[in-house]
Write a protein that binds this ligand. Sequence first.
Ligand SMILES: Cc1cc2nc3c(=O)[nH]c(=O)nc-3n(C[C@H](O)[C@H](O)[C@H](O)COP(=O)(O)OP(=O)(O)OC[C@H]3O[C@@H](n4cnc5c(N)ncnc54)[C@H](O)[C@@H]3O)c2cc1C
Length: 422
Amino acid sequence: MTTKQPVLIVGAGLAGLSCAVRLDRADIPYRILEKSDAVGGRMRTDSVDGFRLDRGFQVLLTAYPEAKNVLDYDALNLHAFRAGAMIRKDGRFHRLSDPFRHPSEALSTLFADVGSFADKTRILGLRRDLRRTASQVRSHRLTGQSTAGALKKDWGFSSEMVEAFFRPFIGGITLDPELKSDRAFFEFVMDMFSEGDAAFPAGGMQAIPEQLAASLNPEWIHLEAAVASMPDARTLILEDGTRMEGEPIVIATDMTSANGLDPEIDRRAWNGTTCVYFDAPSAPLDMPVLMLNGSGTGRINNVVVPSVVAPGYAPEGRHLVAVSLFDTLRSEDGDAFDGLLAELREWFGAEVDDWRYLRTYHIPQALPSQEAGTRVLDAVCARLTEHGHIVCGDHLTTSSINGALASGRVAAEIVMAKEAVA
Ligand SMILES: Cc1cc2nc3c(=O)[nH]c(=O)nc-3n(C[C@H](O)[C@H](O)[C@H](O)COP(=O)(O)OP(=O)(O)OC[C@H]3O[C@@H](n4cnc5c(N)ncnc54)[C@H](O)[C@@H]3O)c2cc1C
């Protein structure tokens, strides 16, 4: 199949790359225009003093159906977290393990001081329900009901269980501490957690977009090529004044940039986060597990030690500690930073004084809000606008690695369908 002109893809995040991978397989020429200095978009990893710092803590859920199709997990050399979590509550840690994956720990889980016995059995019921309705969940059909509402009203969880477990766990994933996200996203994420692992690639999260880019023609990926405007459906103008023609143009940018290029594309609120990294001489917890704040106070949402999960995250003999906050702390705010250190000392004691601060990532635009009642396309995760552009990205579906990959693939399928009728 040939086209008169290449498809122009704006943005080399997961959606743009996934679109290009699909076009590449169909022998359709394309060019990717990316404003940044590397591929990956919101999934980038920096090297600092031998540490790998992901730009914000994030994980790949290995059960993601689209990721399974498009990524080579073996080549990514994935390192998995242990299922479950350590919950910080009443001044100590409580282990909440997944009784299906770690049956020997089932009893300690059922009697851990987080939620009631009935809450633990409800978790098992929730898991069963999600497995039964998995295909429906994956269609991302929005319900209009918030996660908090569903947890309390439909599944009957106690307020304590919601506060101590679901708020830091699911709220930390959707970056939505009030659990306002549509329950469809919660069900999708829970189903993915129960079906597979949360994992880091050995080389950091940016290894995921890099793997996609490695299968593309490098001469067709243009970095530091910011698109300034699109005067019509086939033309775009770069910030340096270069004019390019393509057919069609795929807008695979983040939501706010997409709206700037084509105002027909909806813009919603963003959920933000802050991730603070430290270099530690020893791991504060020598277990590949997520540590959640279930106390209902403080600014910490979760703490992980990526180097315990995937040793390549830190140089030999050191450990990397990642502290994620719900709010958007700025490193230059000294008082807030001292407050954070005091909170970390409460969690881990005086060893925190031996930690060396590495870097803070302040990310106010991390995930498009998925609040119940907001308009997000149902099931179809890419579309054609009235201006003739094809648009894709995580803002059109679940704000996730899976959503972005699926959206890019569907955008390519729209391109191919247009070609077939042309
Ligand atoms: C802190 C954080 C934590 C997360 N945690 C998880 C998690 O645990 N699990 C999970 O599944 N997902 C997680 N996500 C979400 C996931 O990373 C995103 O959904 C996904 O990376 C979005 O990909 P995208 O291609 O849609 O958009 P983006 O990654 O935003 O890519 C858009 C690209 O377009 C480029 N661009 C923008 N404007 C222009 C322009 N004018 N010209 C040229 N290029 C332009 C940008 O530079 C960017 O490279 C997290 C995200 C963040 C930030």
